[in-house]
Write a protein that binds this ligand. Structure first.
Ligand SMILES: Nc1nc2c(ncn2[C@@H]2O[C@H](COP(=O)(O)OP(=O)(O)OP(=O)(O)O)[C@@H](O)[C@H]2O)c(=O)[nH]1
Ligand SMILES: [Mg+2]
Length: 209
């Protein structure tokens, strides 16, 4: 069993920012959860931090409309981003939050890696591919999580996983792919292992967290 080097349970809410000006100081290391509306970003953050209501989740796509920031320690933060895709929200609202999303992705220096979440039943839609391409070119780390893995039987889950791993090679970057379920915590250790590395906490001898 993998023992994570960072205590993710210690996450606390920092701010909900309507635009990047309202974010905490751009220093330390940030990891952001991105993906289509309803992919399971907020649920995955709650699973990672073992807190049921740290990030707000909803059956209605478009729940997360602000850039929500959570602190792990003085240098490390987790970010819950608004989803892209099919959110049924007024166009003006959508445009505003997609603009702050794009701005965040392009301008945030402390952003080290993106966890790109995709429903395992609908992987690699156009916008997902655009985001991954852009992230690889921007030299961000990328972890693809195929979410809601509990919705498929083991055989079908493995099939999609190998197909997406194959497709991910075309991105020509360091893209890791795992399956994940917030319902039964499948893939949680793999997620922790990747994040520990991004946060520079893989060597326990030098880490006090
Ligand atoms: N079965 C199952 N359902 C899940 C899982 N993760 C999330 N869901 C459900 O999917 C829906 C959307 O989850 P959220 O975590 O709110 O999704 P989101 O990506 O944050 O959505 P937006 O904030 O709208 O972009 C909710 O009804 C969740 O209960 C999972 O692992 N398994
Ligand atoms: Mg959300």
């Amino acid at each position: 069993m993998y023992k994570s080097k960072i205590n993710y349970q210690r996450a606390t809410f920092l701010t909900s920012a309507p635009d990047i000006k309202a974010l905490p100081a751009d220093e330390g290391i940030e990891v952001a959860f991105a993906g289509r509306s309803n992919a399971g970003k907020s649920s995955a953050l709650n699973t990672l931090t073992r807190q049921n209501s740290l990030a707000r989740t909803s059956k209605t796509p478009g729940r997360t409309q602000l850039i929500n920031t959570f602190s792990l320690d003085a240098e490390r933060r987790l970010i819950d981003l608004p989803g892209y895709g099919f959110a049924k929200v007024p166009l003006a609202v959508k445009e505003k939050w997609q603009k702050s999303l794009a701005e965040y992705l392009m301008k945030r220096s402390s952003l080290k890696g993106l966890v790109v979440l995709m429903d395992i039943r609908h992987p690699l839609k156009d916008l997902d591919q655009d985001l991954i391409h852009w992230a690889v070119q921007s030299e961000l780390e990328v972890l693809i999580l195929l979410t809601k893995s509990d919705k498929l039987a083991v055989g079908a889950r493995k099939k999609v996983l190998s197909e997406v791993r194959e497709a991910a090679m075309a991105f020509m970057g360091n893209v890791t792919v795992h399956t994940f379920s917030s319902l039964n915590k499948q893939g949680l250790e793999e997620l922790e292992q990747v994040l520990d590395t991004w946060y520079g906490a893989e060597d326990s001898a030098f880490d006090i967290t």
